[in-house]
Write a protein that binds this ligand. Structure first.
Ligand SMILES: *Cc1c(COP(=O)(O)O)cnc(C)c1O
Length: 713
């Protein structure tokens, strides 16, 4: 890639064929706002359904390929034009609402904003800059900040190779392949400097320095700035620093984090963003803390005074109790990169390295989480239980206070409602919850009106979504079959046998071992009996990727595939490849139950169950993470893990079988004569009423504002 490609350079139109009457479509395509607004999405989709599907719901790509007459036709279709005008008006209105809403008292004249740093963002299938839950949390967070008009800028990476695409070999082993993003056919644009060139920053910790190009994604009102090291000026090792997420090579990973933190902070400076509240979404970007301190030290303060000045405006969110989620770098590696940096902070070697020491394991290296916890004035975990676990984990940083006073608060995660609610469910709610419900969707009272939806309507909508899910799964199998490189049995396990009239359980998440995807197979004869029941069978759809270097995770996946293709299980187990945003949407909308079987306390929060609940899909889960707060006895099922039992895993599985046999299956199949399972629909309604508002990103962002942002200024 070179810098002189013409995309979005100097006013060259992106979509040269767009009729002038529809010129706004370009503007719309270049702001992800369209992705969470069904009216806008329909404008693209109705140009041509097949082209839309083919493009992977990527307007940038579609417009490059769409024949001219499709566009001309739309430009002369009064119905299309009416919809177009309405969408453009609402987009312009949305973009004009003044930012600074919640931070009003200070931000207009002090030019304050929140800088949100995250190593990944899950925004849309056309931008594969995520690996899993952390990314979707960040994506949902910034979308909600836009909806709430918060003055926030986001910082992250442009990963041209994304995470990885997953394909299952005939022997059940996961293969990874890379599909690089086409920068010219994605909703990203170059940030230009005053000389009319793409902005490039230099991160000087290495010799030669690393050059980083700056891109931008417009997420409603929130600009997300992305850094990209694939520049000719960089040597090959430096060029690939930002090629993909979470490289296994520790040194390259440290270099990534240097770019994210120090590079990100320098980038903000170059963009003219000087005064900001710094919010670190996980420890990867923690080096960003240093740049503000360094600037203050260079004005004559000492380190302690500079830290004291900035710590009040620093928020750190920790996301996992799993140790692999906390980066620890060898001291020599830190020394290699930072020896020329720490004098600028007024620190010597030991003082610098001490910032990242874990008091219980001082020899283990420079711990990014310990570092971030020490240098941030506000710290939080992502659920109530996770905060308790985190206080225990990090007590040694605050040895003088009792464990329950360790200053780690909690804000439970939430999901962006407009992104995750299925459009047909949304239409139903529009009809029954009253106009403007979406504006108050974090108010539990709004959702109580769900009781006025006739059972028939909710059930039929759900059933339709279930059929859509199965159609989508079958279509994937067909496409896989056509490639011709796999035997029939692997194709059949992809979901070809799914039956919409059968109770369907969904399980989709990363294949990390603590997520225990195989728990439900613990007592195979008992599970077979449940799956193959002649009158009331069930089926389970699995999806998820194992991290490329996680062989235990890949073995779990392989076992699962081999179970799925055993005819003894009745063809009732499906594994759908390549879990990502698109498949997640189908699954959380279309299954009957969302299953989660983590080993407590490792599920810090979990968000996929919230997405399902929002669409009326009840949760069946081990009590951990958010479910300890979400379960009320009427909105799904909870299994308490008995840690001290002889075989706690066996016990967990038995409890799940028992629930299935005695409660869940009878309830599901208790149809009345008009084929509506009224008791089940009641459960669906309770699920939405009790969880949708409480686990919305709106509730979450408002809490960040009240607890932290407003206290920082
Ligand atoms: C929501 C989501 C996740 C996170 O789900 P968890 O329940 O937190 O594991 C991961 N991947 C995708 C594609 C998602 O949409």
């Amino acid at each position: 890639m070179t810098l002189d490609t013409e995309k979005k350079m100097g006013g060259v139109p992106l979509f040269p064929h767009l009729p002038s009457r529809l010129a706004g479509l370009e503007e719309l395509a270049e702001n992800l706002w369209w992705s969470w607004n069904p009216g806008a999405r329909m404008l693209f989709k109705t140009l041509d359904r097949q082209a839309w599907k083919e493009s992977g719901h990527n307007p940038d790509k579609m417009f490059r390929e769409l024949p001219q007459d499709f566009l001309e036709k739309a430009a002369s279709d009064p119905d299309y034009l009416n919809r177009y005008d309405a969408v453009m008006e609402s987009f312009h209105h949305y973009m004009k609402i003044k930012r600074c809403g919640v931070l009003d008292p200070v931000c207009p004249d002090r030019n304050y904003s929140v800088a949100y740093f995250s190593a990944e963002y899950g925004l849309h299938r056309s931008l594969p800059f995520y690996a899993g839950g952390l990314g979707f949390l960040a994506g949902d967070f910034i979308k909600e900040c836009s909806d709430l008009c918060l003055p926030l800028v986001a910082v992250g990476f442009m990963y041209p190779d994304g995470y990885f695409r997953q394909q299952i070999r005939d022997d059940g082993w996961q293969e990874n392949f890379v599909e690089s993003i086409n920068r010219d056919a994605a909703p990203i644009s170059r940030v230009m400097d005053t000389a009319g060139q793409q902005m490039v920053i230099r991160v000087p910790l290495t010799d030669p320095p690393i050059h980083v190009a700056v891109w931008k994604v417009d997420v409603g009102q929130v600009p997300l700035y992305l850094m990209d090291t694939e520049l000719e000026i960089n040597d090959p090792w430096n060029r690939t620093i930002t090629a993909r997420l979470y490289t296994g090579d520790m040194e390259q990973r440290l270099r990534q984090e240097i770019i994210l933190g120090l590079g990100g902070a320098q980038m903000l400076k170059k963009l003219g963003i000087d005064h900001y509240i710094l919010h670190l979404n996980e420890g990867h970007a923690a080096f960003a803390l240093l740049e503000r301190i360094r600037a203050t030290v260079s004005e004559g303060k000492d380190f302690a005074a500079a830290l004291a000045q900035h710590i009040k405006t620093t928020i750190f969110t920790t996301h996992t109790p799993v140790s692999a989620g906390h980066d620890v770098f060898p001291f020599q590696m830190i020394e290699k990169y930072f020896h020329s940096y720490w004098p600028g902070l007024g620190l010597d070697r030991d003082a610098f390295l001490n910032l990242g020491i874990h008091p219980e394991k001082p020899e283990s290296g420079f711990n990014m989480t310990a570092f971030a916890l020490r240098l941030s004035g506000h710290r939080n975990a992502v659920s109530k239980r996770h905060a308790k676990v985190s206080r225990q984990m990090w007590h040694s940083l605050w040895p003088d206070v009792p464990e329950d006073e360790v200053p780690i608060d909690h804000i439970t995660n939430g999901v962006h409602v407009p992104t995750w609610i299925e459009p047909k469910i949304r239409l139903l709610l529009d009809r029954y919850l009253g106009a403007g419900w979406m504006n108050n969707h974090d108010d539990t009272a709004v959702w109580q009106r769900i009781d006025t939806i006739p059972d028939t309507e909710l059930w039929r909508t759900h059933y339709l979504l279930k059929m859509k899910l199965m159609d989508a799964v079958r279509e994937r199998s067909r496409q896989r079959w056509v490639i011709g490189d796999s035997g029939p049995s692997i194709i059949l396990t992809g979901g070809v046998f799914l039956d919409p009239s059968v109770l369907t359980i969904g399980f989709a998440r990363r294949f990390a071992t603590y997520k225990r995807a195989l728990l439900i197979f613990k007592d195979l004869p008992r599970l077979k009996k449940i799956l193959k029941d002649r009158w009331r069978p069930i089926q389970i759809i699995f999806a998820g990727k194992a991290h490329p270097s996680d062989d235990p995770g890949k073995r779990v996946l392989q076992n699962l595939i081999n179970l799925a293709r055993d005819p003894e299980l009745g063809g009732r187990i499906a594994f759908v490849e390549d879990y990502g945003e698109r498949l997640a949407q189908y699954l959380v909308h279309g299954v009957d139950i969302w299953l989660n079987t983590p080993l407590p306390p490792f599920e810090a929060c979990g968000t996929s169950g919230m997405k399902a609940a929002l669409n009326g899909v009840p949760h069946l889960s081990i009590l951990d993470g958010w479910w300890e707060e979400g379960f009320n006895g009427r909105n799904g099922w909870a299994v308490k893990h008995e840690e001290n039992h002889d075989d706690p895993e066996e016990k967990d599985a038995q409890k799940i079988y028992h629930l299935l046999e005695k409660e869940i299956i009878p309830l599901y199949y208790s149809m009345s004569e008009n084929s509506i399972p009224h008791e089940w629909v009641k459960l669906m309604k309770e699920t939405m009423k009790s969880n949708a508002a409480r686990f919305s990103a709106r509730r979450m962002v408002k809490q960040y504002v009240e607890k932290f942002y407003n206290k920082s200024i």
